[in-house]
Design a protein around this ligand. Structure first.
Ligand code: FE2
Ligand code: FE2
Length: 177
């Protein structure tokens, strides 16, 4: 891949990065709404954390585009503190009492589910981008790190969703079996 100034920031590769940037902005805004609507403190904190994470991704992608424009190799630094912080949200954030109250909880479950869809979309698009940067070892590494990072988000949401669902069926008196 040619790395001359101004060269690498146009064409299909630039389109891939631009799409990734839009995804991050949409993800950030979705998590902002989810946090604003959350009724439980723990859930609000998780969505706020995810909002900040997507903002970090947006900044990181902008940095990569800037580095490409200057002909510098891609480079991504994921803070160790962020990796640790994500662990805080592993244990169940919902309580059976909250879930039993029905409608309130269903809004939060929907937010988890939509968040999972956004994370999956990000993973798919970064996977496509990884194919486009093939041959550029530094860029491949950056995109692989972003994929791993989004997978951590997906895993976290899926875990909370699963925990919620178990409580939901446990508490739902209408369950016919
Ligand atoms: Fe992201
Ligand atoms: Fe994410």
């Amino acid at each position: 891949m040619k790395k001359g100034p101004g060269k690498a920031v146009s064409g299909p590769l630039a389109e891939g990065w631009k799409q990734a940037l839009m995804n991050e902005v949409e993800g950030r805004e979705f998590y902002r709404m989810a946090a604003a609507n959350a009724r439980l403190d723990g859930v609000r904190q998780m969505f706020t954390f995810l909002m900040e994470e997507e903002e970090r991704h947006r900044e990181a992608i902008l940095e990569q585009i800037g580095r490409m424009a200057e002909g510098k190799p891609a480079r991504l630094v994921r803070r160790a503190a962020g990796k640790r912080e994500i662990q805080k949200f592993r244990s169940p954030l919902f309580t059976p009492e909250f879930v039993a109250r029905g409608k309130n909880a269903e809004g939060e479950a929907a937010a988890l589910s939509i968040g999972m869809t956004l994370e999956k979309r990000a993973i798919e698009q970064f996977t496509a981008l990884r194919r486009k940067v093939k041959g550029d070892a530094e860029a491949e590494k950056v995109v692989a790190d972003l994929i791993a990072w989004e997978r951590d988000h997906l895993k976290l949401l899926a875990r909370q969703y699963e925990q919620f669902r178990e409580m939901y069926w446990e508490e739902a008196r209408f369950w016919p079996f």
